[in-house]
Write a protein that binds this ligand. Structure first.
Ligand code: NAP
Length: 365
């Protein structure tokens, strides 16, 4: 039995991970469950009888590390940066990590990747799972480009000048995926792709410039790798996060199978360039590497605040990029002298959040 620590058990990825554990109860079991405050965790605990169960708002952030002790693999499906310490603990102590959480790699990519070896790191993000499938058995030196696909979100066909008027309800209406609110807004602004370019750069050891964003409306091709001989390898599957979760936990051997795309009826696959002028947040995935490493935390924290304020109806969709880059520029000098450590990541995260809240209040965006 593989013992799973599930961090973020009540969220979109967390509950789908439990679906995969149910489907594979002969080989997988729940070692621990952690959520923030959602009481749904009690029903989960009664179904799966974990050895450890905690709510962060009651038991404190250390429960994220307590929960992984004794597990074979940790599924990290929390939102935000709180699980960074737990991810580092796992990799230091030979516990494999199945990582859905983007923020950990975005903010602490160098720290995390330097510890991979004793324990393995499996990406659960569908694009990164696809890329790792396309890379399997290939020499990384022969990668020419990683082609990172993106649905384009709910506003892919809306003219740029109308983007200033969209509201949270429209932005939450993702055409292809059902996900948590934060990542759904990130998909609408295409900040999600900026985060994914950074993730891919760390996970696969390539410069961000070698990761090209490609709009693919159908979300069937989950990403591709082009090799120096011109060959392109792709992974195709229905948009269903349970596939990458199962691949991370069991490889190809699991019992769950997602619906396969029907080549005879459905498949009209299209690809377009990303419009960085219309979705400037996507550009941040490249631009941020011109700044000191800790500025990725500033970028991420500024975006967190923008998403929160937008969901409250107190912030314009058109302002995301300007506010995020203003925060990055504001903290750039201080960041130059800051070493990339977990402690500094948490300090810059907090400082950025209060700065951006004040900026938004002041400007009444
Ligand atoms: N959803 C997807 O399809 C998808 C795909 C790829 C990657 N991801 C990434 O996976 C992560 C989770 O996404 P999601 O869509 O599953 O999010 P979600 O539905 O919002 O769930 C977030 C989970 O994290 C917990 N949580 C909330 N605040 C927390 C905090 N401060 N510290 C630790 N945990 C906290 C939540 O607990 P409560 O319920 O108690 O609040 C919940 O269990 C994100 O980093 C996202 O970018 C998601």
């Amino acid at each position: 039995m593989k013992k799973i620590a599930l961090l973020g058990s009540t969220g979109s990825i967390g509950t789908q991970t439990l679906d995969i554990i149910r489907a594979n109860s002969d080989t997988l079991c729940v070692h621990s469950l952690v959520a923030y405050s959602n009481e749904k965790i009690y029903a989960q605990a009664s179904e799966f009888s974990p050895e450890y169960c905690a709510l962060i708002n009651k038991d404190g952030i250390d429960c994220l590390t307590e929960a992984v002790k004794g597990a074979d693999i940790a599924v990290v499906a929390t939102s935000g940066i709180s699980a960074i310490g737990s991810v580092l603990y796992c990799l230091d102590n030979g516990i494999d990590v199945a990582l859905a959480n983007k923020e950990a790699l975005v903010c602490a990519g160098e720290l995390i990747m330097s510890k991979v070896g004793k324990a393995k790191l499996y990406p659960i993000d569908s694009e990164h799972c696809a890329i790792s499938r396309c890379l399997a058995g290939h020499d990384r030196k022969t990668i020419d480009k990683i082609l990172l696909t993106a649905s384009g979100g709910p506003f892919r066909d809306l003219p740029k000048k109308q983007l200033g008027n969209v509201n949270a309800q429209q932005a939450l209406n993702h055409p292809n995926w059902r996900m948590g609110a934060k990542i759904t807004i990130d998909s609408a602004t295409m900040m999600n792709k900026a985060l994914e370019v950074i993730e891919a750069s760390f996970l696969f050891g390539v410069p961000a410039e070698d990761v090209e964003i490609l709009i693919h409306r159908q979300s069937i091709v989950h990403s591709m790798v082009r090799y120096s001989n011109g060959e392109i390898i792709a992974q195709l599957a229905s948009p269903d996060m349970r596939l990458p979760i199962q691949l991370a936990l069991l490889g190809e051997g699991g019992n769950y199978s997602c619906d396969s795309p029907d080549f005879a009826r459905l498949l009209d696959l299209s690809f377009e360039k990303c419009d960085f002028d219309k979705f400037p947040c996507a550009r941040l995935g490249y631009q941020i590497f011109e700044y000191p490493a800790i500025c990725r935390t500033v970028m991420n924290a500024a975006n967190d605040v923008c998403v929160e304020r937008f969901l409250q109806g107190k912030f314009s969709f058109a302002q995301f990029y300007n506010i995020i880059i203003a925060a990055v520029d504001h903290f750039c000098n201080k960041a130059r002298n800051a070493e990339l450590t977990s402690r500094n990541i948490f300090e810059f995260d907090a400082a950025t959040k209060s700065y951006v809240n004040e900026l938004i209040d002041g400007e009444q965006c």
